[in-house]
Design a protein around this ligand. Structure first.
Ligand SMILES: [Zn+2]
Length: 274
């Protein structure tokens, strides 16, 4: 699923196009992506609403419309973009939500496998939602001490802890693998066993990687596209993710892969991450 850098890229593309625009007409093709809101309520509240703000929280796009927030979690196959004019039906086939704007463009959430979700939250639901998610790693207020405290709160292995959205927002499998390699930390180490130095190193690498990935418009492995339809470029800079069995770029050892830590692939170097 798109992680922090990919969603941040989408948000940066959407923001200038959406802020200040009004949803004239809203169409929802499938109800199965809705969480905690019904079709009629969603359409009623979105129609005529003006987009005040477009932001990101963790791996989700957040549109603030007056006192409501539309939270879009694009799943593995989800994309968000704006289009002008009529599209052929082959292109609209996987549209989930379409909002006609007052400048006659369409804001589209498309999702081939519909693994994503849509939430519509009022102020108090938003506060609860926001409070359940950990700190944003790129928040200037976020410190190595706060990161260390978060890791210290769990016995989970380091890789799972990095991906636990309650402890840290926005990091998923790709950037967790990369950060642990960059910091030279064995992904199977218990998170609360990391030394202060290791924890600072991991903190620095997480931030460096996320910033570098945003600068490259994210990582495209399969479906991810920016809101302007471009693939990301950070896949060219990945050192471990997707490279199981290939030589480590640092020491030449064959990179190992395992599904034993969580259900996802963990790729690492036995030598560099001892
Ligand atoms: Zn190595």
């Amino acid at each position: 699923m798109p992680e922090l850098p990919e969603v941040e890229t989408i948000v940066r593309d959407l923001r200038p196009a959406l802020v200040g625009r009004t949803f004239r007409e809203v169409r929802l093709r499938h109800d199965d992506v809705l969480r905690g809101v019904k079709r009629a309520g969603l359409i009623r509240r979105l129609t005529g609403a003006t987009v005040d703000e477009v932001s990101r929280r963790a791996k989700h796009v957040v549109l603030r419309l007056g006192r409501w927030r539309l939270v879009i979690q694009p799943g593995m196959t989800g994309s968000l973009f704006l289009v002008n004019g009529v599209r052929p039906s082959v292109e609209t086939r996987y549209d989930v939500l379409t909002a006609r704007l007052d400048d006659w463009r369409d804001f589209v959430y498309r999702d081939v496998r519909r693994l994503g979700s849509l939430l519509l939250l009022d102020e108090s639901d938003w506060r609860a939602y926001d409070a359940a998610i950990g700190p944003e790693p790129l928040d200037p207020q976020f410190t190595p001490e706060a990161f260390r405290n978060a890791l210290g709160r769990t016995r989970q292995v380091a890789k799972k802890a990095l991906m636990d959205q309650r402890l840290l927002a926005g990091v998923g499998n790709i950037y967790a693998n990369e950060a642990l390699f960059a910091a030279g930390i064995d992904p199977s180490r218990p998170a609360d066993d990391l030394s202060p130095e290791e924890s600072v190193r991991l903190f620095d690498e997480v931030r460096r990687l996320l910033n570098a990935a945003i600068a490259a418009n994210g990582t495209t492995f399969r479906d991810y596209r920016t809101a302007t339809g471009q693939p990301g470029n950070f896949q060219l800079e990945l050192l471990v993710y997707g490279r199981e069995g290939e030589p480590c770029r640092r020491c030449g050892t064959r990179l190992a892969g395992t599904h034993a830590l969580d259900a996802r692939i963990t790729v690492f170097c036995y030598r560099c991450q001892r």
